[in-house]
Design a protein. Structure first.
Length: 462
């Protein structure tokens, strides 16, 4: 293939079949290897699309400055366009992004401004707000705003979607994609649904992001900080069409990173944490699929941008991220506990119930503490000795409401958490931990559970 410039090399990325990481699963699984784009990510496509449209509309003039808020990959795509067409670039990003991404943008001549992660989108310090401010202040500048630019999903409707359909020869039954700006999953999803309405579009979203809970319950939760880059959001971009989705699968930071590393070792596919998350979601989905299903998962970027994080052993161990294939995990202990047949239903109380009701439940169920749940989320804990102290103080337990006296909730860990992390938590005066099993389901583990299961699990892992 001969190209007049590097932009002509964008797209027509291969579909690569998975052979080892999916061992024991029935469907055919292929990945769309977007990291083979010249800029190393799927965002090369929208970089071209957004600037082409801006030039057509006269929004970006020769010698102008492109300003964008980016997790790094969109900046790279825009920087390639800028290098070829003679524009300047100023990018804002967050302090959770890898050093490699920032250095790459600078290598292409961009100015990069790093902003704090743990602030609301409307906060003047956020990378969204700073980008908008710069666009107002810098003459002859253009702010593509990938979160509100129709050219984002349109690029995938015109290119990525048709490529997947053609390369799968129309056999695709499921498309799995991480959810960030929503451009990729919305654009590809729209195209595939037009070709075959029965194709299932599956989003993958990290714990802490808004999407999963909104799709599942219609409720907007308060976003929490998560570590994985490039997927999840703390607001709803207009480029995300949630109606195109058939389902959303939730994954933890740990699952994203561990599966990315496993994918590199088992398949030779070197992708970032968001790609690991996508494959984690794909493998979970595939457990319920058959041999006639044809799954395509999108790997959005290259692992070279995460050498100091995801592929750095020290960084992984400092955060307790351990490969569940060789480590005993929270899910292992939960499953071993269920295998005994002695597990009873989780006993809970509600914040609006009386303390007397909580005490009566403890006595009936023979437990010394009860977690407090509100809308399927643990928000607190109430203890037997706590209630005893209230009674000794002369408090009327029939009038006291649980919300008024409850203590902080029990610590939570993802299903992939290593048993060493659980042991550490339980050694710091915590009687139990919650394990997030997905789909708003929680299991509870105590020291007794570890003692009664870990020895046999260690034998099985050898």
């Amino acid at each position: 293939m001969r190209c007049n410039n590097i932009l002509e090399a964008v797209g027509h990325t291969p579909l690569v079949r998975l052979n080892r990481i999916n061992q024991g699963l029935k469907p055919q699984i292929y990945v769309k290897a977007e990291f083979t784009n010249p800029g190393g990510s799927v965002k090369d496509r929208i970089g071209i699309s957004m600037i082409d449209e801006a030039e057509k509309k006269g929004l970006l003039k020769p010698g102008g400055t492109i300003i964008e808020g980016t997790s790094g990959n969109t900046g790279m795509g825009l920087a390639l366009v800028a290098a070829v067409r003679g524009y300047k670039c100023v990018f804002t990003t967050t302090d959770k992004q890898s050093k490699e991404k920032v250095d790459l943008l600078k290598a292409l001549g961009a100015e990069v401004i790093v902003c704090p992660t743990a602030v609301e989108p409307e906060d003047p310090r956020s990378y969204y707000s700073v980008a908008k401010k710069l666009a107002r202040e810098i003459p002859n500048s253009y702010y593509p705003n990938q979160y509100d630019n129709p050219s984002n999903p349109e690029a995938h409707y015109r290119t990525t979607g048709p490529e997947i359909w053609e390369d799968s020869e129309g056999q695709i039954t499921h498309f799995v994609c991480g959810m960030g700006t929503g451009g990729t999953v919305s654009g590809v999803g729209k195209y595939l649904k037009e070709k075959n309405p029965h194709v299932k579009i599956i989003g993958v979203d990290p714990y802490g992001s808004l999407y999963y809970d909104f799709v599942k319950t219609g409720q907007t939760i308060k976003a929490k900080t998560y570590v994985v880059e490039g997927i999840g959001e703390d607001f709803f971009p207009t480029t995300m069409n949630l109606k195109i989705l058939d389902d959303v699968i939730q994954v933890s930071d740990e699952e994203c990173f561990v599966v990315a590393r496993r994918l590199a070792k088992l398949e030779g596919l070197f992708t970032g944490g968001s790609g690991g998350g996508c494959i984690c979601g794909t493998l979970l989905l595939a457990k319920d699929l058959g041999p006639h299903d044809f799954v395509v998962a999108l790997l959005p970027d290259t692992g070279t941008r995460y050498l100091s994080k995801v592929y750095n052993d020290l960084w992984m161990h400092e955060r307790g991220y351990v490969d569940a294939a060789t480590a005993i995990t929270a899910a292992d202990v939960v499953n071993a506990k269920h295998a005994t047949g002695k597990v009873r239903e989780l006993v809970i109380a509600r914040p609006y119930q009386t303390v007397f009701h909580a005490l009566k439940t403890m006595q009936e169920q023979d437990v010394s503490q009860i977690p407090i749940f509100e809308e399927n989320v643990p928000i607190g804990t109430i203890y037997e000795d706590q209630i005893l102290n209230l009674a000794l103080q002369g408090k009327d337990l029939r009038k006291l409401v649980v919300r008024e006296v409850m203590s902080k909730p029990l610590p939570q860990v993802p299903r992939t958490a290593p048993v060493e992390r659980i042991t550490h938590i339980l050694s710091h005066e915590n009687p139990a931990v919650f394990v997030e099993m997905g789909d708003s389901r929680f299991e509870i583990l105590t020291k007794y559970d570890l003692v009664s299961t870990v020895a046999s699990l260690m034998e099985q892992k050898r």
